[in-house]
Write a protein that binds this ligand. Structure first.
Ligand code: GDP
Length: 589
């Protein structure tokens, strides 16, 4: 069959695997074809439309750009609540709002300097004597349009917000120092922005430095799938010098261009919702919070609920400290009057009365309590069952290894494994121990953390425990791939170890009306626990393995019993007990 002239719709970028599927070729064949065209891509990498068009042409297809009228968000779970709420607003009431921008990048690449430089270009603020206070966000005007900047540099805050599903930015400005290039935190920032589906604009900073090498940085960016626009890609790269305050206007104009190609809207007359940017307890003023209004118009006197804090807003001030009566979408405001300190990233909403606010908070506290009790680990096993249930299409992984030399083969192996029905996506790979940032990224992107010949920091472990992130440490690549392969095939045994609690000797057997046959035992070491696992031995043969369902001391039901004591033990669904049997009580952990 000839495909000549066969039209095929392609998006602006496409993952190699999906492209192969579209043209019904094997991914391997496609990768080879890409290679013969000088493009080195793995199955999980994306290629742009032009590259895809050339390759599919070799199979007789004519590529046409995909229609993009309907930008349906595929993964509803990933869309922050406020976006979902805006999406639910009456379309005819939606009005453009200022873009909300966050600045990310490697340490020392100039995030703070850039935020200061942008801030100081704002004439209005200058007239008011300069913005001296930092409330975590500010706005500047460019060509009569406002841009809102989140002034909490460092990706920790950003991740924290994302981790709570309340990420508030529309655009990420990625600062990369022209003399240093793409560094680990740059990659991390890219991973965050991609996972959050927020467009990235690059500020190529420190171009004033004699050793600045913009071309090298562009090359590195392209390797991160951020192909600069002057190289035919779609990532805007704006050269700036935060120190000399050069290129700032270009950057702001670039932001407006990116904003114009995104649908940044809200309903000023709709339900008032937004995100908490910062909050703290001031000794004299009480709780001070910075809120970013995302939909509706916040007014002084409104009653709000933010996370588990609530209150009637006494005073609203703008980012310059000027009292205001109202704040529309994308406006950052400082407020007083909350009962409690909310967390950065908490969603807030206006409610009808203080009574309603109190009820909502009471309900939330109740939910939090039960959640804490039943928080399940986001383990490889769980993820797999999600994948099977169709809730997830791929396993996200974050890989840390001791040296670059081991990272490369690991990624190669993982890419091989990800060629089946379920994809594997390495969101981030880096050398070094597993730290807090890795756990945050894993939480935010529902990923598993894989460590190879590295340790997890104590803090990171604690946080992983709290957030329910699965950390898996390996020393042999084969063991790692084996585990992941098993998980992909749904055969992974839970990673449980047996811990012996105690042993006992069966002295006699009696029948109790309530429990059936019961073993009269003496605990020879450790302790026995009701509800734990038990294994019954006759000589060296195991004759029963199951649950220790009842435990009595004299006439009383007990939870546990220690060495030296006598007790009655009942086994779940088992009664063939004999004097002389011995038992081991253990738990799985
Ligand atoms: P951050 O850690 O990303 O917030 O980086 P900072 O804004 O604190 O900047 C780190 C260092 O780089 C400081 O010493 C700045 O003065 C310097 N720096 C920032 N921007 C520029 C720039 O455009 N040119 C030069 N030469 N130095 C800069």
């Amino acid at each position: 069959m000839s495909n000549n002239g066969h039209k095929i719709e392609l998006p602006t970028t496409i993952v190699v695997r999906d492209l192969a599927q579209k043209i019904e070729k094997s991914p391997i064949e496609l990768i080879k074809k890409l290679m013969t065209n000088g493009v080195m891509a793995t199955i999980n990498q994306t290629v742009d439309f032009d590259t895809a068009a050339i390759v599919v042409a070799e199979y007789g297809f004519e590529a046409v750009p995909e229609a993009v009228e309907e930008t349906v968000q595929e993964e509803v779970g990933e869309v922050p609540l406020w976006r979902q709420m805006i999406a639910g607003e009456d379309k005819s009431q939606l009005k453009p709002r200022p873009p909300v921008v966050t600045i990310l990048g490697h340490v020392d690449h100039g995030k703070t300097s850039l935020l200061d430089a942008i801030r100081s270009t704002d004439v209005a603020a200058g007239e008011a004597g300069g913005i001296t206070q930092h409330i975590g966000a500010y706005q500047v005007e460019m060509k009569g349009r406002l841009i809102t900047f989140l002034d909490t540099p460092g990706h920790a805050a950003f991740t924290q917000m994302r981790a709570r599903g309340a990420q508030g930015a529309d655009i990420v400005v990625l600062v990369v120092a022209a003399d240093d290039g793409v560094m680990p935190q740059t990659k991390e920032a890219i991973a965050h922005a991609k996972a959050a589906r927020v467009p990235i604009l690059v500020a190529l900073n420190k171009v004033d430095k004699p050793n600045a090498n913009p071309e090298r940085v562009k090359q590195q960016l392209a390797e991160q799938e951020l192909v600069p626009d002057d190289w035919g890609g779609s990532t805007m790269v704006v050269p700036v010098s935060a120190k000399q305050k050069k290129g700032i206007d270009d950057l702001l104009e670039g932001i407006l261009l990116v904003a114009d190609s995104s649908d940044i809207k809200a309903n000023p007359g709709g339900k008032v919702i937004g995100t908490v940017i910062e909050a703290e307890l001031d000794k004299s003023k009480g709780v001070m919070a910075t809120l970013l209004v995302q939909n509706g118009t916040l007014e002084s006197g409104d009653v709000i609920v933010a996370g588990t804090a609530h209150g009637k807003l006494r005073a609203i001030t703008d980012y310059k400290g000027k009292p205001i009566k109202k704040a529309g979408p994308s406006t950052p405001v400082a407020v007083m009057g909350l009962s409690d300190v909310p967390s950065a990233g908490d969603l807030f909403e206006v409610v009808a009365s203080e009574k309603e606010a109190r009820n909502i908070v009471a309900e939330r506290l109740e939910v939090l309590k039960t959640q804490a009790q039943s928080r399940k680990k986001l383990s490889l096993e769980d993820l797999f069952s999600k994948v099977q249930a169709g809730e997830a299409k791929e396993l996200n992984l974050i890989v840390k290894a001791d040296v670059q030399g081991s990272l490369d083969p690991i990624i190669t192996e993982l890419n091989k494994l990800g060629q089946g029905e379920i994809g594997l996506k390495v969101l981030h790979a880096e050398t070094g121990n597993i730290g807090n940032n890795d756990v945050m990224l894993a939480t935010a992107s529902k990923a598993i953390l894989i460590g190879f010949n590295v340790q997890a920091d104590v803090d990171a472990r604690r946080m992983a425990e709290k957030e329910g992130v699965d950390i898996r440490l390996y020393e042999i690549i084969y063991r790692m791939t084996e585990d992941i392969e098993k998980a992909l095939n749904g055969m992974l045994e839970p990673d449980l170890k047996e811990k012996t609690l105690g042993r006992a000797q069966v002295l006699q057997v009696f029948t109790a009306s309530k429990f059936g046959r019961v073993a009269g035992c003496k605990v020879t070491d450790g302790e026995l626990k009701r509800g734990a696992k038990v294994r019954l031995y006759r000589g060296t043969d195991i004759i029963y393995e199951g649950d220790l369902s009842s435990l009595r001391h004299e006439k009383d039901d007990v939870k546990e019993i220690r060495q030296g004591y006598e007790c009655g033990v009942g086994f779940k669904n088992f009664s063939d007990i004999q004097p002389g049997d011995s038992l081991v009580c253990y738990i799985l952990e």
